[in-house]
Write a protein that binds this ligand. Structure first.
Ligand SMILES: Cc1cc2nc3c(=O)[nH]c(=O)nc-3n(C[C@H](O)[C@H](O)[C@H](O)COP(=O)(O)OP(=O)(O)OC[C@H]3O[C@@H](n4cnc5c(N)ncnc54)[C@H](O)[C@@H]3O)c2cc1C
Length: 500
């Protein structure tokens, strides 16, 4: 058995499988599902939750289901195993694009639907859910269901809709979707392989493709930076804003990533923003340059890009901003590489600590979102929560959504334990502030994430999810142990669930 199928990007320990099935066509799937005692469907296994790590099930890999079935005005229909990057390339040839692509574009169509993934453009365009027009799903008994948006209610497929209220934020990847009179299609989006095997997907698409540009903006304080973000969020040209905190900047410097990417970070910078622009199609470098020049005092700022530059100027950060103007692919790649060097640097440190200090050390990180107007408060909570436990940490993420990834940089196994405790505390705080402790990666098999889900909806909410699962998969065949356990564990202190 090929060991590559036994783990995912979360490096969840103990992966093992009864068998691996790699169907060549979607027509083979019903029989595979019918014949399996338990089954885990996998995509690119880029899951950060252990949800794509088998624990004794038959693994159903969708890798050969990689056909693009149809592309037309405003839509693309694909098999579940088509990677996002392949979809984008095919769309680009027709002048269209798929906005909510996650950062990892090797993820498959089925995987991004199953986790309700999100990406940088989610700030403007929402998460994957909004872009799903239709799905074909094979249920646990091997029957096939075709779901087109607005055609079938969840109650019509025998499901009692849970009554918990989902957080009102742009990214929620926290168990089953629930809303009064909900569409059946929404049950399967974000269900992490526990309710059915998605075989084909029709996504909405957008055209024309906007011109992109980037700005790297070092800021002297978090307060100034968040004030700036608060204004930039209202600017038409801004597609998304990423942020890295001071510890991230230190890591970039320690690792030489700033020199490698040829980016100057001023010594006093407390935080840096990476602003992504969507400019009108056809905007050239020369156009952008003229717009920037014309935006500076004493001139006005009529254009969308000009208005942004004026804001940068007003906040005193224009001179230290590094831009990648339209067409300057090399500069854009350097700025993106700098942003990507942050998680890489933190993961390397975790790996080193695991090898040299304690083999039990593992990535200890959260993926939480709060409404932007509570974001400054939440950042303080992350910082105080980690600092009061004596932890080294770094925070980065999608600041325009209020969604960040607070990460512990562990120096001992004890740090990992205290980090988990802090994350559970953050989860309660995020929920209190109207946010969601599980924003874009899902729940998977991760005990802390399962505890966060339980903290969010309570025992009753989890029982209602179990009832949905039972209605569609009474034998608990699909992805057992993902999102929640089969049986109620008989405890209301969800901290007791933490075992890894
Ligand atoms: C470097 C990196 C960057 C990332 N960036 C982002 C990001 O920006 N945003 C984001 O949301 N996530 C991100 N992720 C997480 C991950 O890419 C997403 O969760 C992605 O949606 C998973 O897709 P996949 O094809 O790899 O699915 P897998 O990891 O294989 O599976 C994930 C879950 O979906 C289920 N599943 C997979 N295929 C199907 C199917 N056909 N039918 C039913 N269930 C299925 C699996 O059972 C599992 O529970 C990142 C991961 C990495 C490693």
């Amino acid at each position: 058995m090929d060991a590559k199928y036994l783990s995912d990007a979360a490096h969840f320990p103990g992966g093992h499988a009864a068998a691996i099935a790699i169907p060549q066509t979607v027509a083979e799937i019903p029989a595979i599902v019918r014949n399996a005692r338990t089954l885990l469907v996998i995509g690119a296994q880029s899951s950060l939750t252990g949800g794509a790590t088998p624990m004794g099930e038959v693994v159903l890999s969708t890798e050969k289901l990689n056909r693009i079935l149809d592309i037309g005005p405003g839509f693309i229909r694909v098999e579940a195993g088509v990677p996002v990057a392949v979809m984008q390339d095919a769309l680009a040839r027709t002048g269209a694009w798929f906005p909510p692509a996650p950062t990892f574009t090797g993820a498959f169509a089925g995987g991004i639907v199953a986790t309700n993934a999100a990406g940088a453009a989610t700030f403007r365009h929402g998460a994957v859910r909004r872009w799903v027009q239709a799905l074909t799903v094979v249920l646990a008994d091997g029957s096939e269901l075709t779901l087109r948006r607005d055609e079938l209610r969840a109650t019509e497929i025998g499901v009692r809709v849970p009554t918990y209220r989902m957080p009102d934020v742009v990214k929620v990847s926290a168990g089953y979707f629930a809303a009064p009179d909900m569409d059946a299609i929404d049950l399967f989006i974000g269900s992490e392989g526990t309710l059915g095997v998605i075989t084909t997907v029709t996504f909405s698409t957008l055209s024309p493709i906007p011109t992109s540009a980037l700005a790297f903006v070092p800021c002297p304080s978090e307060r100034d930076a968040l004030a700036l973000v608060g204004e930039l969020r209202h600017e038409r040209a801004v597609a998304a804003i990423e942020h890295v905190d001071r510890r991230c900047l230190e890591i970039l410097h320690e690792d030489g990533a700033d020199r490698r990417c040829d980016v100057r970070v001023p010594a006093g910078a407390e935080l840096a923003l990476l602003v992504q622009f969507e400019l009108p199609p056809g905007t050239t470098q020369a156009d952008a340059f003229t717009q920037i020049e014309n935006s500076l005092p004493p001139n006005g700022a009529a254009t969308a890009l000009g208005r942004v530059c004026r804001l940068l100027h007003a906040h005193g950060v224009f001179d230290s901003t590094e831009m990648a103007l339209p067409g300057n692919t090399r500069r854009a790649e350097q700025l993106i590489a700098l942003r990507e060097a942050v998680p890489a640097g933190v993961n390397q440190r975790v790996g080193r600590a695991q090898q040299t200090i304690d083999a039990r050390i593992a990535k200890t990180a959260a993926d939480m979102i709060v409404p932007f107007d509570r974001f400054a408060e939440m950042m303080q909570i992350y910082r105080d929560g980690f600092a009061s436990r004596g932890l080294d940490f770094a925070v980065w993420g999608h600041v325009s959504d209020g969604n960040v990834h607070p990460n512990v940089i562990p120096r001992s196994y004890d740090d990992v334990e205290r980090g988990k405790e802090a994350i559970l505390f953050f989860g309660r705080e995020a929920a209190r502030l109207g946010g969601c402790p599980l924003a874009e990666h899902g729940v998977g098999r991760n005990p802390v994430k399962q505890a966060l889900l339980r903290g969010l909806y309570g025992d009753e909410g989890i029982d209602q999810m179990r009832a949905v699962k039972r209605a569609l998969d009474p034998g608990w065949k699909l992805a057992p142990g993902v999102i929640f356990t089969r049986h109620r564990l008989g405890t209301t202190d969800y901290r007791q669930l933490i075992t890894d």
